[in-house]
Design a protein around this ligand. Structure first.
Ligand code: ZN
Length: 315
């Protein structure tokens, strides 16, 4: 069994929670599959957006710290999270972004695929990449029709001084292979499939990134079981990479470590998944707390800004 399957989730920092929900669930039509708290800072929400089930490789999560100042995109960061859309849907998406006054760059092409780049209200870099290689089904949860829906990740872009060290970690220890190269962009993947691509872009002259709203906090890779995550941890420790203990994140179990360029990586188990504490038909509807925070629910709820998902605003 491979120790790494591909991508699991991307976690980013945001400011206002309501604007965050409006953008990702309302405009982009992702499903809010879990509404919980930051387990390390219970006064902050943790939102998980994904496809219908919140499958690994579709999940973008946010810690929306109200009032958090913007960060700076740069080296040592995951600078762009790219989602996969059907090849005929670019026009639909440019119209939809216009309709909701989201500025976007004119469509461009990379490695024979058309894409559009835009940023959320905090400046987080997002792309929609049109392609006909993605076999994952679409879904509709809100106002984006299934035939145009975002299917999950396409790839992520890491900005680095050089590609060699990060590529070494990915290929020697994390089951990735080089699958493409264009200019200063080197593409790796564990599965070879759309949704599992990691683009390492060499930008030695760029400033280093600074963490804040609109920047990515970490990138998580998928592993299959509680056995494979321990094997991965031991493999990293033997290689001199300081991986943490396995932590219980309620919906998956995780280890964390820094890649050589400074980006925080995580390896997360696919099980148990988001249906562990809510029915699949009702994911994301209630504020879910881990069992150890349940006694503090009244205090936690009173400290969080109420949010609503008003679909009618995003037709
Ligand atoms: Zn994570």
């Amino acid at each position: 069994m491979p120790l790494i399957n591909g991508l699991h989730h991307v976690t980013a920092l945001a400011s206002d929670p309501q604007q965050n929900i409006d953008f990702y669930a309302g405009i982009l039509g992702l499903r809010l599959v879990k509404k919980t708290i930051n387990f390390d800072a219970p006064d902050v929400y943790h939102f998980y957006y994904g496809n219908e089930a919140g499958s690994p490789g579709t999940i973008l999560t946010f810690f929306p710290y109200g009032g958090l100042v913007r960060g700076r995109h740069g080296k040592g960061q995951l600078t762009t999270t790219s989602f996969s859309i059907p090849s005929e849907s670019l026009g639909y998406w440019t119209e939809r972004l216009k309709k909701f006054n989201v500025p976007f760059q004119q469509p461009q092409e990379r490695m024979n695929e058309g894409f559009i780049y835009f940023e959320d209200h905090d400046g987080l870099g997002i792309e929609l990449i049109a392609n006909n290689k993605d076999e994952r089904p679409g879904f509709s949860y809100g106002n984006v029709e299934e035939k145009h829906s975002i299917k999950g990740f396409h790839s992520v872009t890491l900005s680095e001084d050089g590609y060699e060290k990060t590529a070494g970690l990915l290929t020697v220890y994390m089951e990735h292979k080089k699958v493409a190269e264009q200019g200063n962009r080197f593409r790796y993947s564990a599965s070879g499939k759309v949704g599992d691509m990691v683009d390492v872009v060499c930008e030695p002259d760029r400033l280093r990134g600074l963490q804040g709203a609109g920047t990515v906090h970490h990138l998580a890779f998928s592993t299959s079981t509680d056995e494979t995550i321990v094997q991965m941890q031991q493999k990293l420790l033997k290689a001199g990479v300081h991986a943490t203990n396995v932590l219980d994140r309620q919906y998956f179990h995780s280890i964390y470590f820094r890649e050589p360029g400074g980006i925080l990586f995580e390896v997360a188990t696919n099980p148990p998944g988001f249906a562990i504490d809510e029915e699949p038909a009702h994911l994301g509807e209630k504020l879910k707390l881990p069992s150890w925070e349940e006694p503090n629910r009244p205090m936690i709820e009173s400290g969080l800004k109420p949010i609503i998902l008003d679909w009618k605003k995003f037709i």
